[in-house]
Design a protein around this ligand. Structure first.
Ligand SMILES: *Cc1c(COP(=O)(O)O)cnc(C)c1O
Length: 385
């Protein structure tokens, strides 16, 4: 029998069987009434998930493509921008903005730190920025930044606020309009329960106005072209879209809104608690903060004499469980369990038990048998321990 696989990473994430079945249907042409009806439904549903009255541009590309689209659409070479980075993905903003010739001011925190709104406000006092690029959930460290607070200070300083919510949208609370976020980005293969290949960008009117003044070269990623097609009645797409992925996104977002955003946030909050409780019970040290807000990915320090990458490999070979190691400067030092999207507490328990097994076999000193009961209990689904 082929070995069963468990995917417990912060992207890609498991895809529900209903979504896989929808994507396996014969391809339909995108310029048909059938596909346009699907687009109409999907374009109406996406803003609800972003909690916005703005249009959400649907792009066929990775999440990084959506990040690049934000820089290309909002900035001209030489524009002063501020990047707030406390990990791998925050630093990606700086790399993209530098690639487009922006004049980048960077507030760089140690990886694992949480950005402070006061730091952002005082930097904006010193130097104006046209755009501030933020990260909601820094997937490389497990930290969730208080984007609401950060954004408030940026809007006060007159800057457009762009948020990478790639691993957080649909998993933890994010209110685009109420928090004053001009652009919010995500991709299909995180909490939205689809394969990789689609990206979404909600775009405010102020951001659209900036787009018409920005001189960075762009064509495929030009939001005006995308949104013009989306606003036609019946709606259209500017280019050949990822048809099967979009059929999947329609099915997946229907599952999400049927569950209800509040219920989804609560489930993720409890999954985070369960994972952290299991890690603590094993006697391991958390790298990500031990707080409810960090409900996307739990980052765990591995014992210093072990290479965390080896633990990840051993888990996959021994148990068919895929988690992920550290990125960049955290390579070899941490493992990360993702708990977003189509994940329940038993997926988390499976990941914890496979981690325990791999660590024991590598000779680490962990408390055996304690993690799973603690996780179930913290989820409210077990017999109290
Ligand atoms: C996954 C991720 C990205 C990159 O998205 P891709 O779709 O892989 O390009 C960017 N930022 C964050 C926070 C992510 O979690």
């Amino acid at each position: 029998m082929p070995e069963k696989q468990y995917l417990v990473t912060p992207g890609p994430t498991p895809v529900p069987p209903e979504v896989l079945a929808a994507m396996a249907k014969p391809i339909i042409h995108h310029r048909t009434p059938q596909f346009r009806a699907l687009l109409e439904r999907l374009y109406a549903r996406l803003p609800r998930i972003f909690q916005t009255g703005n249009d959400v541009a649907l792009l066929t590309c990775a999440g990084t493509g959506a990040m690049e689209s934000a820089v290309a659409n909002l900035c001209s070479p030489g524009d002063p921008v501020l990047v707030v980075a406390a990990g791998f993905f925050g630093e990606r903003w700086a790399a993209i903005a530098e690639g487009y010739g922006c004049d980048v001011d960077l507030i760089r925190y140690e990886w694992g730190e949480t950005a402070s709104a006061d730091d952002v406000a005082s930097r904006l006092d010193e130097r104006d920025a046209k755009v501030v690029f933020l990260t909601h959930s820094e997937t490389s460290t497990g930290v969730v930044h208080d984007v609401r607070e950060l954004a408030e200070r940026c809007t006060g300083a007159g800057a457009l606020v762009v948020v990478d919510a790639i691993s957080s949208l649909g998993a933890i609370p994010l209110e685009t309009d109420a928090w004053g976020l001009d652009v919010v980005l995500t991709s299909s293969h995180k909490a939205l329960m689809c394969p990789p290949g689609l990206a979404l960008a909600s775009v405010s009117n102020a951001a659209l106005e900036a787009t018409s003044r920005a001189t960075s070269p762009r064509f495929y990623l030009d939001w005006r072209r995308t949104l013009e097609a989306q606003r036609k009645r019946p709606p259209d797409s500017a280019f050949s879209p990822g048809i099967s992925l979009i059929v999947g996104l329609d099915a997946a977002t229907e599952i999400l809104v049927d569950e209800g955003l509040e219920a989804a946030y609560e489930r993720h909050r409890l999954l985070g608690r369960a994972c952290r409780a299991g890690v603590r019970a094993m006697g391991l040290e958390l790298f990500s903060p031990d707080e409810d807000r960090s409900a996307v990915v739990t980052a765990i320090r591995t014992p210093p004499d072990l290479d965390s990458g080896e633990i990840v490999l051993a888990m996959r070979e021994r148990s068919g469980v895929t988690i992920i190691g550290g990125q960049g400067e955290l390579r070899g030092k941490i493992v990360r369990i993702g708990h977003i999207g189509y994940i329940d507490v038993h997926d988390v328990a499976t990941a914890l038990s496979a981690l325990e097994l791999a660590l024991v076999e590598a000779g680490a000193d962990v408390d055996r048998g304690a993690a799973v009961p603690a996780a179930l209990d913290a989820y409210g689904d077990g017999v109290p321990v």
